[in-house]
Write a protein that binds this ligand. Structure first.
Ligand SMILES: Cc1ncc(COP(=O)(O)O)c(C=O)c1O
Length: 322
């Protein structure tokens, strides 16, 4: 793959916007954009990983787009393409931008403007939709030696109010409040409890805990995003280590007595939590299960696994004709 085969736009980066690849500077979104006003957008974060000196592959891109299409259905956002077509577009975007190293892709589908004759107001029907996708270089950014977390006083928005299983832009104000509180208090990240007071997830990551050799993670009905990294970890532990992860209600008190806690997410990958609310987790250093998961996930995203899960998509060397 070569960055030079498509002439770079003046701004230096291509963006996929409403069906075309355009220079980033040509995307103009106005102040009356519905998604800006009301938070009615859905998005994904997808990573691609360098797979050689001049090639990369996307990790679980099809699963990310399948989730995005499901999120969009909830908000009646029209995405007129299949997950496979969106994967094709993504590989072409990376190729055009010359992102053959580790990179991050951010697709965003959102409500744009009221259709002619539709009265002013907050609504989902009668509002047009757009799709914009950007890519940027991004390596691992979370310290492998672990982070500190605090349990947030902000509770996770319940499914009955705004489904956490959908990555809805407006819902991330909830996450921003929690991270703001956590960082002001000197922690690296926040852990959300749900309305029932049970553990949900971190600000932008799912949570796993290890206690007496058993691994657990909050179940899908705990007001979590059904994380794709969470799913990878459950699969990798089952297939490679013969460990069945318990997906269940997790009590806050279990966090205080856990031997290990780690977070999982596309962006942060696998992150050990070494202290919670000012108490060390276990020995206050990444534990053996966490280290095993970190190794297995690294192997998985780099395509070094013996088993082929079908999770990798090669970024094209040649242009794709859409
Ligand atoms: C709230 C929330 N939970 C969990 C995750 C982890 O999900 P995934 O592993 O699919 O990236 C994310 C990141 O997208 C998130 O924003």
């Amino acid at each position: 793959m070569s960055a030079g085969r498509t002439a770079a736009p003046a701004s230096g980066q291509w963006v996929f916007h409403n069906g075309d690849f355009v220079p980033a500077a040509d995307v103009r979104l106005g102040p009356s954009l519905q998604a800006l006003q009301y938070g009615t957008g859905v998005f994904e974060g997808i990573r691609s990983y360098a797979a050689g000196p001049d090639t990369a592959h996307l990790y679980r891109a099809r699963d990310h787009f399948t989730r995005m299409i499901a999120s969009a259905r909830i908000l009646r956002i029209a995405i007129d393409r299949s997950a496979d077509e969106l994967v094709e577009i993504t590989t072409e975007l990376l190729r055009r931008n010359g992102h053959t190293g580790d990179a991050y892709v951010r697709p965003l589908a959102y409500k744009t403007a009221l259709e002619p004759g539709v009265p002013f107001g907050v609504r989902l029907q009668g509002v047009s939709s757009s799709l914009t996708m950007v890519s940027l270089p991004m390596g691992s950014y979370v310290p492998k030696e672990g982070i500190t977390c605090g349990v947030s006083s902000w509770r996770r928005i319940p499914d009955s109010s705004l489904p956490a299983r959908a990555k809805i832009t407006g819902a991330y104000a909830n996450n921003a409040l929690a991270t703001d509180e956590a960082t002001q208090a000197g922690y690296d990240d926040a852990i959300f409890l749900n309305q029932a007071g049970h553990v949900a997830e971190a600000s932008t990551a799912n949570l796993f805990l290890v206690r007496d050799g058993r691994v657990a993670t909050p179940a899908q009905d705990s007001d979590i995003l059904e994380g794709i990294t969470r799913d990878s970890v459950i699969s990798l532990l089952r297939r490679d280590e013969d460990i069945e992860v318990e997906q269940r209600t997790v009590l806050r008190s279990e966090l205080c007595t856990a031997d290990e806690i780690f977070l999982t997410g596309t962006g942060c990958e696998i992150v050990p939590v070494v202290a919670l609310d000012g108490r060390p987790v276990g020995a206050g250093a990444p534990g053996p299960v966490t280290k095993t998961v970190m190794r297995a996930y690294e192997q998985s995203v780099r395509g070094r696994e013996i088993r082929d899960h079908g999770w990798l998509t090669q970024v094209h060397e040649a242009p794709v004709h859409l």
